[in-house]
Design a protein around this ligand. Structure first.
Ligand SMILES: CN1c2c(nc(N)[nH]c2=O)NC[C@@H]1CNc1ccc(C(=O)N[C@@H](CCC(=O)N[C@@H](CCC(=O)N[C@@H](CCC(=O)O)C(=O)O)C(=O)O)C(=O)O)cc1
Ligand SMILES: N[C@@H](CCS)C(=O)O
Ligand SMILES: [Zn+2]
Length: 770
């Protein structure tokens, strides 16, 4: 019999129940026990959903209150002393690592650990952070064991998921000021895995899923060489350990296949056959005589209904080589990256709704495919027929195709990608008009999205207030944000983005070719979720999207007002993209729509325009080589196409909330943005060295404080950060801003943090004026 399996399930719940409970706990509105109980309720609900869908192998320990990678810090007892010294309850210590903690009355003030992108997804994990002389100790009650027993008590046998030792260490870093090389810690860490496997087995676990997604990277030699000894050691318990499924996803593992050959400790290997179907033959050939292939044929990263015929062909292909007992039908990755259920979508157009499948539906899909290949197509004839009909309907639908968009794309010329003059000439123009001081201060765009803003928007969406009332409300918000920026004495103002639910969803809702949902939330980090709009057809801009608000803000502001747009690559990557046309085509359509908006903003008198591209790096193919080169070409071209329609005097900003530019610096430089704002506050200022080494000529604002945490940075620490930056950037080049937008923050902390930031900038302005 061919089994079905899910690699991980979204944990927020049908109505973002986990987000609501977690935030209520942080706000002191519910107790710790109530939060723990809500977590337990959700876990059980999600196991039952999968059981009812007919999934054979159901994951456990895929649940996390903040982040599944952060869970491992507690599992291995690697909590940095700056958190453990406060002797907090384990749950509070965990949240302190995730989001920082500041309780002056109790003498507690600790920033969060660094958070970065999970591979090429829009999910963020907390980076494991190790010390020199790091000690390791397995938790007395390991979470994977506890959650397995919890499911077992409910009559559900699960397969616990843990992050593998090589991935944990490869994704880890040395703490600030420390020099430990994480992979050198393998020998100290492995005994904890062995102990954990032994405890899992004692608890009754038959199968464990160990995720080693770093196998899709081009690994450093040392990290690659770590696999064999690691998995030989994990095999040392023989029958006293659960069977191991080693899971990889988001790429192919062909280039690393040698490290998995002859690893007796592995019962099965999971591969992503949605992304890289061509790896099947190589991986099958490398399997030992009894090893099993877990075939990831249901997409864990996108919302399109699985094409059953194509998926069954892939699985049959594997079965032909291995036999039915040695193949499992699985999701390509965890379903963490897709929304909970399509059943909640009551307002979606029926035609397109039929094309989609979310987590609950995908759980059913793996079960149907497994049944089809086990018992033959007749056993699921109805489902196969309905599926073929949906697939056919989408392929032939008129709404995916817009000849006017195609004609416009055909008319794009090389010239349209370039600004009229070089930077020096543009700078001269911009200096004349903008008259900015040295170390100009600005923010990244959004100001706090207060409860009141969300309530008014909700009322407007439901028709409970008129468009005019909503517009008046937004104008009042803009006036307030302008007034606060005046009080703070910032230099380049923003309108605060109060009218936007999200920087991508907002644009998706205004562009043709998109559809959007009402409940399709996906976790982005911690308790924060996004509702990615869905690109179903050719994209175009029927009308201006942001001009009204920017123009209004400029009319009530004495300072330069920065227009604020989301770039084509970020619009593409933070949406659910089409899978029937190449992403470069979708990006170019978005670029043309944004180009029109940039030109309209300029015509409306906006002299500074920021086009955010935080997803540019996340889209970088995970392996180096030709695929990366090709991606960077079309990604950079899309940005340039979207911004190059303006005159020299208009200052183009772009923003990226990450600091790792080293491996694609030339692409960032090629964007030719006049000012770049980047995240930097939690990474080493040394990362800025690349700007010096490459003689980067334009202006840069490396973030001077972390906006993911409610913690208020002191003026002094911001000055230290700026001083560090000045080791790499010239005073004329350096702009002062936070790491990213302030929408998730409260007003009190925002004002306090920006006051400190502006004061720090003024200090350096005075110093360098002498
Ligand atoms: C900058 N980042 C972004 C990423 N991806 C995006 N798509 N957008 C981003 O901004 N990736 C990287 C980073 C970090 N990520 C995030 C992600 C999410 C948030 C965030 O604040 N999310 C909000 C939800 C935002 C939203 O769409 N809100 C809507 C709906 C609000 C709502 O919940 N309404 C209630 C009713 C109103 C009420 O009573 O409150 C409801 O529907 O029940 C809106 O504002 O209209 C979140 O809260 O998770 C930040 C950074
Ligand atoms: N302009 C956006 C960028 C976030 S990446 C904001 O400020 O929220
Ligand atoms: Zn950002």
């Amino acid at each position: 019999m061919v089994q079905s399996s899910v690699l991980g399930f979204p944990r927020m719940g049908k109505l973002r129940d986990l987000k609501k409970a977690t935030e209520a706990y942080w706000g002191g509105k519910i107790s710790r026990d109530e939060l723990l109980a809500e977590g337990k309720r959700l876990r059980l609900e999600h196991w039952k959903i999968q059981q009812d869908a007919g999934v054979d192998v159901i994951p456990s320990n895929d649940f996390a209150f903040y982040d599944q990678v952060l869970d491992h810090h507690q599992l291995f007892g690697t909590i940095p002393e700056r958190y453990s010294k406060y002797n907090l309850h384990a749950l509070d210590e965990y949240f302190a690592m995730g989001r920082g903690l500041q309780k002056p009355e109790e003498g507690i003030d600790v920033p969060a650990l660094e958070m970065v992108k999970w591979f090429d997804s829009n999910y963020h994990y907390v980076k494991p952070t190790l010390q020199d002389n790091q000690q390791y100790k397995l938790a007395a009650e390991p979470k994977p064991v506890t959650e397995f027993l919890e499911a077992k008590a409910a009559g559900i046998v699960t397969r616990p998921v843990i992050l593998g030792p090589v991935s944990f260490l490869t994704l880890a870093k040395a703490d600030r000021g420390q020099s430990v090389e994480p992979i050198s810690q393998l020998d100290q860490l492995l005994p904890l895995y062995v102990e954990l496997l032994s405890k899992l087995k004692a608890a009754g676990v038959e199968d464990v899923q160990i995720d080693e997604p770093v196998l899709v990277f081009d690994l450093a030699e040392k990290n690659k060489a770590a696999f064999k000894p690691a998995y030989e050691k994990l095999g040392s318990l023989g029958a006293n350990a659960p069977r191991i499924t080693l899971a990889t996803y988001f790429g192919d593992i062909v280039h690393n296949i040698d490290v998995l050959a002859n690893l007796q400790s592995l019962h099965s290997i999971h591969i992503d056959l949605v992304r890289n179907p061509e790896q099947l033959d190589t991986v099958v050939a490398a399997l030992g005589p009894n090893q099993v292939l877990s075939a990831g044929v249901v997409d864990g990263r996108n919302i399109w209904k699985t094409n059953f015929k194509a998926a069954i062909e892939k699985v049959e292909n594997a079965i032909q080589k291995l036999g039915k007992e040695r193949v499992i039908v699985a999701t390509s990755s965890s379903l963490l990256h897709v929304p909970h259920t399509l059943a909640s979508e009551k307002t979606l157009d029926a035609e397109v709704r039929d094309w989609f499948s979310f987590a609950v539906e995908k759980a059913s899909e793996v079960a149907v495919i497994a049944k089809a290949v086990t018992e033959g197509p007749a056993a699921v004839r109805e489902q196969l027929e309905a599926n073929a009909k949906s697939v056919q309907a989408r392929a032939s639908s008129a709404r995916t195709n817009d000849p006017a968009v195609k004609a416009r794309q055909a008319a794009v010329t090389a010239d349209m990608h370039n600004r009229r003059s070089e930077f020096t000439q543009r700078l001269a123009e911009q200096t004349k008009t903008l008259k900015l001081p040295l170390f100009p201060t600005t923010t990244i765009g959004s100001f706090p999205q207060t409860k009141e803003i969300r309530i008014q928007r909700n009322k407007f969406t439901k028709g409970e207030i008129t468009p005019e009332e909503y517009e008046k409300f937004i104008e009042a918000e803009i006036r307030e944000v302008v007034k606060i920026q005046e009080e703070l004495d910032l230099d380049v103002f923003v309108h605060g983005e109060p009218e936007r639910n999200d920087m991508v969803q907002y644009f998706g809702e205004r562009l043709t070719g998109y559809v959007f949902t009402t409940h399709a939330w996906v976790q982005s980090y911690g308790s924060r979720c996004v509702r990615p709009p869905i690109i179903v057809g050719d994209v175009s801009r029927p009308a201006a999207m942001t001009v009204k608000e920017s123009k209004y803000a400029a009319s009530v502001s004495p300072k330069p007002m920065k227009g604020m747009l989301t770039g084509p690559i970020t619009c593409l990557r933070w949406s659910f993209p089409r899978d029937d046309v190449h992403q470069s085509v979708q990006a170019q359509q978005l670029a043309l729509a944004i180009r029109d908006e940039v030109v309209d903003l300029e015509a409306a008198g906006i002299q500074v325009i920021q086009v955010d591209e935080p997803a540019l790096r996340e889209g970088l193919p995970l392996r180096t080589g030709s695929e990366r080169v090709a991606y960077l070409k079309w990604a950079v071209d899309s940005f340039k196409l979207s911004t190059a329609g303006v005159t020299d005097g208009t200052q183009i900003h772009s923003h990226f909330c990450y600091s790792e530019f080293q491996d694609f610096f030339h692409a960032i430089a090629a964007l030719d943005a006049d000012v770049l704002s980047i995240e930097n506050s939690k990474s080493d200022a040394k990362l800025l060295r690349v700007f010096v080494d490459e003689k980067y000529p334009r202006h840069i604002g490396p973030g001077v404080y972390d906006i993911h945490s409610p913690r208020i940075p002191s003026e002094e620490e911001i000055k230290v950060r700026i001083e560090e930056m000045l080791q790499y950037l010239t005073p004329a080049q350096l702009n002062i801003n936070p790491d990213c937008g302030l929408k998730t923050r409260g007003w009190t902390e925002t004002k306090a943090a920006l006051t400190n930031m502006v004061n720090a900038a003024k200090f350096f302005r005075a110093k360098y004026a002498q």
